[in-house]
Design a protein around this ligand. Structure first.
Ligand SMILES: [Zn+2]
Length: 232
């Protein structure tokens, strides 16, 4: 879990992470970011020529992601549009009203709002999602407090963080970063992500000890991981 550093490369700025791996890994993330994972002590002079060699491939990857993102329909914030929460789909019902209020009733997201423009509704809904993520995630992390205390691990504390391609990460001080988008996934998948990150408080890498602990705490993790990936 090394911190990323931004460096200049022949393919533009890139995130450079260090790890115990033996070779350089070059990848393009869905948002076009170039990510390099390099061996701990590899100097930049060794890394940059390798990036230069892969320029053609990097361009192709970026183009493919751009096309994919362009064809995926954007979420709409109008009456009738569908939005997810804890794995279920709800339809938006928007009405002019004050004070601003978002609530879930039956199969509907009711949004009462002074200005019913799509942008205003989007902001109201995103604020609601954020509040719910905080509540739900904090409640779940609290249920691990005792488990961590027993093992002399730091107390898990929540940080909400938008991450383009990750659901969560864990820091050695007990901070569990969770993607607020995760609140749209089924509860069991949220529990899996949190359990995965809690296991990192004991084992920072994904080695055999980590996998054994995850298997013990969340025997169904493979299926949940797949489900999470398939719902995007
Ligand atoms: Zn992990």
């Amino acid at each position: 879990m090394s911190r990323a550093e931004i460096i200049d490369t022949p393919a533009g700025p890139a995130q450079l992470k260090r790890s115990h791996r033996k070779t350089l890994a070059i990848s393009v993330l869905p948002d076009g970011t170039l990510e390099l994972v390099a061996p701990d002590h590899a100097p930049l002079e060794a890394i940059l020529p390798r990036v230069a060699k892969r320029l053609g491939w990097i361009k192709t990857q970026r183009r493919a992601f751009r096309e994919m993102n362009a064809t995926r329909p954007a979420l709409r914030f109008v009456t009738g549009a569908t939005h997810r929460y804890l794995g279920r789909q709800y339809r938006l019902k928007i009405a002019k009203g004050e004070p601003q209020e978002v609530s879930l009733r039956g199969a509907f997201f009711h949004v009462s709002i002074p200005k019913t423009g799509e942008n205003e509704v989007k902001q109201a809904l995103e604020a609601w999602y954020r509040r719910q993520s905080r509540l739900q995630f904090e409640r779940r992390l609290a249920s691990w407090a005792e488990w961590c205390r027993h093992r002399k691990l730091p107390q898990p504390k929540l940080r909400l963080r938008r991450m383009p391609k990750r659901w969560g990460s864990a820091l050695p001080d007990g901070t569990i970063c969770l993607n607020p988008e995760l609140i749209k996934a089924p509860s069991a998948c949220i529990d899996y992500v949190i359990t995965h990150e809690i296991c990192h408080l004991k084992h920072p890498d994904h080695g055999p000890k980590f996998r054994a602990l995850l298997q013990q705490l969340c025997p169904d993790w493979k299926r949940l991981k797949e489900r999470l990936e398939s719902t995007g």
